[in-house]
Design a protein around this ligand. Structure first.
Ligand SMILES: Nc1ncnc2c1ncn2[C@@H]1O[C@H](COP(=O)(O)OP(=O)(O)OP(=O)(O)O)[C@@H](O)[C@H]1O
Ligand SMILES: [Mg+2]
Length: 256
């Protein structure tokens, strides 16, 4: 079985008559880390919202391995393995760090998942297995020691890594990361880069929205560039860096 590409065809999204995404045609391939870059307001997060089902584009089709996801709500897409992290950290403050990561296993465990939080023998076994998996995901980011703390006790950079651990713990088929390095210091960003490189696999579609160009250029195999909801360019980091349209957007030059 070959792994599945995530495709977005002719996507158009508007709010109150303002077109936020304009006829976008993108393909995210398994085995690749794809970057999605563009200035503030380019539509990167909106595109993620269309891919996860949080937004419903007025036009266009989204498919995974040729199977349409278009009509499916976010939970059903998550059941297909489409998971994301958020631009603004979204951890549950009443759960410990490891419990937050365990929430990422909900789609794998369905029935067992509720049991795991009940004080029954079967629930205890389930919970122990989930905890083990969550600790392993935290260890990927050097955070196993923080497992039983409250998220608020961690520095913001580490909270973001916890969120990414929650996204990967269930072994997604599509991983959408919205500004994973925001709020991270240099050494945390290096750890993140290495962890994402280790995570890359022939079966995983990974898409990274990021403003940190060093990270994007180091990590990504292919990069899409958007501006005002429109496609600008797609190519290797080198292609994109040398593309005059991209250079113009990023340097804000108006002398053409
Ligand atoms: N729910 C919404 N209602 C109205 N407008 C929205 C909504 N979501 C996004 N937009 C608009 O869509 C445009 C693109 O926003 P989006 O958040 O997708 O950009 P972005 O590329 O993620 O930017 P940033 O790099 O700042 O995160 C913006 O003009 C934004 O105001
Ligand atoms: Mg955004």
């Amino acid at each position: 079985m070959s792994a599945a590409a995530l495709t977005a065809r002719n996507i158009d999204l508007s709010f109150g008559g303002i077109r936020v995404l304009r006829n976008l045609d993108l393909e995210f391939r398994p085995g690749e880390i794809t970057g999605l870059i563009g200035p503030n307001g380019a539509g990167k997060t909106s595109l993620f919202n269309c891919l996860t089902g949080a937004y419903r584009p007025q036009q266009g089709a989204i498919a995974l391995g040729g199977r349409s996801l278009s009509g499916l709500p976010p939970a059903a897409r998550a059941a297909h393995g489409v998971v994301r992290s958020f631009q603004t950290v979204a951890l549950c403050p009443d759960l410990t760090v490891v419990e937050n990561v365990m929430m990422g296993l909900a789609r794998n465990h369905r029935a067992g998942w509720l049991n795991a939080f009940l004080p029954l023998p079967r629930g205890r076994r389930e919970r122990a297995a989930m905890r083990t998996a969550a600790l392993a995901a935290l260890a990927e980011f050097g955070l196993a020691d923080a497992a039983d703390r409250s998220p608020a006790q961690l520095p913001p950079g580490n909270q973001r890594l916890v969120e990414i651990a929650r996204a990967i713990v269930g072994r997604p088929t599509v991983l959408l990361l919205d500004e994973p390095a925001a709020g991270l210091n240099n050494s945390e960003t290096r750890d993140l880069t290495r962890a994402l490189q280790r995570l890359a696999s022939p079966d995983l579609v990974m898409v990274v929205v990021e403003h940190d160009m060093d990270l994007v250029m180091t990590l990504c195999d292919r990069i899409y560039v958007l501006n005002f909801g429109e496609f600008v360019a797609c190519g290797t980091p080198r292609d994109v860096r040398e593309n005059p349209d991209v250079v113009r957007i990023y340097l804000g030059s108006d002398d053409d």
